[in-house]
Write a protein that binds this ligand. Structure first.
Ligand code: ZN
Ligand code: ZN
Length: 412
């Protein structure tokens, strides 16, 4: 079984657990969910599946080359020993890969997405980057050189990722002896915190032992609640912007930094460093945790209703698209993926209360109808039928929920 099928099987379980955590929070008076934040996290999770769906990047080819040409065949032949060693080795590699992704700017640019969320709940686990395929694989080449079989590698990789889901919750307290060896909700809360007392710690995937061995372990303190999110906040629900935020900053800093040395350093420096001249020209505010307010644009009840319906329907569309992948041609997958990314971006503007967002939504519904009726996507696909129904429904919803003067930006 490959990574994609293991993860595909896990998706319904993830959604069920998210619902359980939400209900548990409501009943215990400690709800950790906000619709806008959950929308952003789940959107990022959906988009992050597209690069593997479209086979972007070279990781497969490089791994195959390492396995056939550079293989030192050092792995033992007994299968359970191979699996155990591979599992531990994968997590050790993950630790260093993850730690360097927090230290070097060009790596941070791809990992930042997982940390922009200012809430901490199971949906935060789905906040995954879409650009991880760029350089993450480099760290795992040694496993193939040592002789870990490809099927063992992909399975332990998927198990490692699946393990990390449950640790994204505020509802589970410290777990005694378990805290010593494993990554837990408590020590992973510290990893997501931006408090100066907690920052740059607990990089483990499954085993927290690596942090203890390599000196990056910090324990959660009872008198210091973690404040989640990045030190320099994103302040947006837009999933595309979330993915390119740091890349955009690095490109701009490269252009505006005067010294040639700084232009290179922008990409490989510590994550907090920026060229003085570029920073002066484009300052980025750092959060003041004494007066920290979560990003939360106010929207009316009607807008919330509209946003919730979109959140629901786009999830259905993404799931149907994901599970009917074998019925789509490559071009259709590209088009459907693009439709989904554009739709999520458009809905994020509704959640941000951007002026004109309901008009943009109306245009989106119109474009979907054009794409459907001109036969650009195969109308026999279930996903395209759901898309066209959602477009018709949205036109009705917009006309009911939004005043005409607001849609067309008319003065009062
Ligand atoms: Zn991290
Ligand atoms: Zn995490």
């Amino acid at each position: 079984m490959d990574t994609s099928s293991l993860i595909a099987l896990a998706i319904p379980v993830f959604f069920l657990l998210i619902l359980c955590e939400y209900l548990f929070g409501l009943f215990t008076g400690n709800n950790t969910y906000r619709l806008n934040d959950t929308f952003a996290s789940v959107s990022l999770g959906m988009i992050s599946r597209f690069p593997p769906m479209l086979n972007l990047g070279f990781q497969g080819a490089i791994f195959a080359y390492a396995a056939s040409h550079l293989n030192l065949t050092l792995m033992p032949t007994e299968s359970w020993v191979t699996w155990t060693i591979a599992f531990v080795l994968y997590d050790l590699t993950y630790y260093w890969m993850h730690r360097l992704h927090h230290k070097i700017k060009v790596l941070w640019a791809t990992h930042v997405v997982h940390h922009q969320g200012e809430e901490f709940n199971l949906s935060t686990a789905l906040r995954q980057t879409s650009s991880g395929f760029l350089w993450k694989w480099i760290f795992f080449i040694p496993m193939f050189v040592l002789g870990v079989p490809a099927e063992v590698f992909v399975t332990v990789g998927a198990l490692n990722l699946l393990y990390q889901f449950w640790v994204h919750t505020e509802h589970v307290p410290k777990l005694g002896i378990f805290e010593t060896v494993f990554v837990t909700p408590s020590n992973h809360r510290v990893h997501h915190a931006q408090n100066k007392e907690y920052i740059d710690a607990n990089y483990g995937g499954v085993f927290i032992l690596w942090d203890r061995i390599f000196g990056t372990f910090i324990e959660e303190k009872a008198d210091l609640s973690p404040v989640y999110g990045t030190v320099k906040p994103l302040h947006s629900w837009n999933p595309v912007w979330a993915n390119i935020e740091i890349f955009h900053q690095m490109i701009r800093d490269t252009i505006y930094a005067k010294s040639a040395k700084d232009k290179v350093r922008v990409w490989f420096s510590d994550t907090s460093w920026r060229p003085a001249d570029a920073e002066k020209r484009f300052p980025k505010k750092i959060n003041n945790l004494d007066d920290f307010k979560k990003y939360n644009p106010v929207i009316s009840k009607n807008v919330k209703v509209y946003g919730f319906v979109q959140f629901f329907i786009l999830n259905v569309i993404a799931l149907v698209m994901f599970f009917t992948l074998d019925r789509q041609g490559y071009g259709e997958t590209v088009l459907l993926g693009t439709i989904l990314v554009v739709s999520l971006t458009s809905v994020s503007m509704v959640f941000e209360n951007v002026q004109g967002s309901s008009l943009i939504e109306l245009v989106r519904a119109g474009l979907l109808l054009v794409i459907f009726f001109t036969g650009l996507i195969d109308s026999s696909l279930l996903v395209s039928q759901i898309l066209v129904v959602s477009a018709l429904m949205n036109i009705i919803l917009i006309s009911i929920l939004f005043p005409v003067r607001k849609i067309f930006l008319l003065a009062k």
